[in-house]
Write a protein that binds this ligand. Structure first.
Ligand code: FES
Length: 123
């Protein structure tokens, strides 16, 4: 599995419950992809911005994934709904859950964790 790194992403204040996501780029399975972090019921979560119905980005406006109730993460293309705390498919045409990215929030800063197939983009 290799060592995981914790990469600073943003201040915790930037993530409001049910609010706008913080985007970041990653290399997932060798491909550069967009990812996003959100806060749901006080806890931060992150996922690859890739729907499991058709592998495309989901946000209906830049960095907006929550539905009006703040209960679901939505894909803007055909309306798939995902659980914000697990990424699990909860409704619509999604086929399985979103790819999760581990996060840690400490001292007011949110960090994302690399993994064997998840790396930062090399600048
Ligand atoms: S591409 Fe997401 S619901 Fe179809």
């Amino acid at each position: 599995m290799g060592d995981t790194q914790q990469i600073p992403l943003c201040n915790g204040r930037e993530l409001v419950d049910g609010g706008v996501a913080v985007p970041f780029d990653v290399v997932y399975a060798g491909q550069t992809c967009r990812a996003f972090a959100i806060r749901h019921q006080g806890i931060v979560h992150a996922y690859l911005n890739r729907c499991t119905h058709v592998a495309m980005e989901m946000d209906w406006q830049p960095n907006r994934f929550f539905d009006d109730t703040g209960r679901w993460l939505l894909c803007s293309t055909h309306g798939a709904a995902y659980q914000p705390d697990t990424g699990a498919c909860a409704g619509g045409p999604c086929r399985g859950g979103l790819v999760r990215i581990a996060l840690t929030e400490r001292d007011g800063v949110v960090h994302w964790h690399t993994d064997y197939n998840l790396q930062p983009v090399a600048f």
